[in-house]
Design a protein around this ligand. Structure first.
Ligand code: CAA
Length: 397
């Protein structure tokens, strides 16, 4: 696994001051400290490419070994051409590779991951790996309650028959779905709309449903020593764990200490990046492994994925003995280093220009930019605008 974030962030104490609310509402009430903010030349394609490139490098794998590439996103850049096709070109994936994009709000990446597990189990992989990338830019309108729960970033995962980080448990997943309007984004909007308090309720109901099914299928009967939840903001994971402990018949006090032990270490990275929608659960997993991998060898970890609308799944994985070496290669500290702290005026200026970002003209055409990207696979591409035929152009600096 590896992740990528934009080069800038907003400190949420700055945002609280600008919005006239106590900073503790954001830092303690929501459990968020910073949120990543994308510049106009950063988009779900560039973030996905950066994360995928780091992931292949960390795993020591060549793009030619990838037979399936699924990108989960709810902030795609085109109604037809998937982010996975751009990724295919920018990474130089083989032509004999199944490539597509999945959407179900924040659940899209998990849909991709579990599809990859089934692809391996079916025998279609024939020794190849699946590359799953979750990539998003989370946006709510400026000044709304959702604003402090924004973020941006991508997480990439390589899935194969010989896992080195986490071994998933095929067939043992608990699902829950229902048709609700808790969070949505009409095709003509860049900012999401949300019924905030209702979305919290939907998340918790989905957790109860998915967890119950998972419990009925879990044949291992070994305890989950940690659980990572989808993290739209840290407090949501706390509410989720409390609900689960309640379902397990635990007292409130026991639930609090269980949260500190079993969930808190997974919230450090999400608190620094914000909600990255499809990748949030996996950023939590990276955070947990980064902080505690040596204590978790051979142990089971629960994973809960939630996508508004809604679909949810509870599943688990076992930490491999080789995980410490793998997680060290994810370069977590360096990914967050050297980020630029934006003032609120700078952030608001970026947001004002947001709507036009996809339509600015590029000085280059698609054909000219691609060759450069492919020959420079170690660099991160930038979105430079659209060419005269309205095709998105990515260049490598
Ligand atoms: N100091 C400390 N805590 C404070 C405080 C202060 N000064 N002031 C308020 N708080 C606490 C409140 O008590 C509350 O805590 P509890 O939830 O434990 O009661 C917390 O801060 C938040 O306060 P409010 O409920 O008043 O916050 P809000 O109504 O302004 O907004 C929100 C909260 C609804 C989550 C909003 O941020 C939002 O709409 N976010 C986007 C939607 C979202 O993330 N939903 C999550 C579930 S859906 C999902 O998971 C999919 C996805 O990724 C979007």
């Amino acid at each position: 696994m590896a992740f990528a974030v934009p080069r800038a962030y907003v400190d949420l104490c700055d945002l609280a001051e600008a919005r006239g609310v106590p900073s503790t509402k954001y830092t303690q009430g929501l459990g968020v400290v910073q949120m990543a903010v994308a510049h106009p030349d950063e988009d779900p394609v560039t973030l996905a490419t950066d994360a995928a490139r780091r992931c292949l490098l960390a795993a020591g794998r060549d793009p030619s070994q990838v037979g399936l590439c699924i990108v989960g996103t709810e902030t795609a850049v085109d109604h037809s051409k998937p982010v996975s096709s751009y990724l295919h070109g920018l990474l130089g994936l083989p032509s004999a590779c199944r490539v597509f994009e999945t959407k179900h709000a924040c659940f899209g990446g998990t849909a991709g991951l579990l599809n990859a597990v089934d692809w391996l189990a079916s025998g279609s992989a024939r020794g190849r790996s699946a590359l799953i990338v979750c990539t998003d830019i989370a946006r709510y309108s400026v000044g709304t309650a959702g604003e402090p729960t924004q973020g941006a970033g991508a997480v990439a995962m390589l899935v194969s028959e010989s896992p080195r980080l986490l071994e998933l448990e095929p067939g043992i997943t608990g699902c829950f779905s229902q048709d609700v309007h808790d969070f949505w984004r009409p095709l003509y909007r860049k900012d999401a709309l949300v019924d905030g308090q209702f979305s919290v309720k939907c998340y918790l109901d989905a957790l109860a449903g998915a967890y119950a099914e998972w419990q009925s299928l879990d044949t291992y009967k070994e305890p989950l020593v940690r659980t990572c939840y989808h993290v739209p903001y840290g407090k949501m994971a706390r509410k989720a764990h409390q609900r689960r402990c309640q379902l397990d018949g635990m007292s409130e006090e026991a639930a609090d200490s269980s949260f500190a032990l079993q969930v808190e270490p997974s919230l450090a990275l999400p608190a620094q990046v914000g909600n990255i929608y499809t990748g949030s659960l996996y950023l939590a997993l990276l955070s947990l492994l980064h902080h505690q991998v040596k204590d978790l060898l051979g142990q089971r970890i629960g994973l809960f994925s939630y996508g508004s609308g809604c679909a949810a799944e509870f599943f688990a994985g076992r930490v491999m003995q080789t995980a410490p070496e793998q997680i060290a290669r994810a370069n977590i500290e360096t990914t967050l280093r050297n980020r630029q702290r934006l003032s609120i005026a700078e952030y608001e200026e970026l947001r004002r220009n947001d709507v036009h970002v996809d339509q600015r003209p590029s000085e280059q055409t698609v054909a000219a930019s691609y060759g450069a990207a492919l020959s420079s696979a170690r660099k991160t591409p930038r979105f430079s605008g659209i060419d005269p035929r309205e095709r998105r152009v990515y260049t490598v600096a």
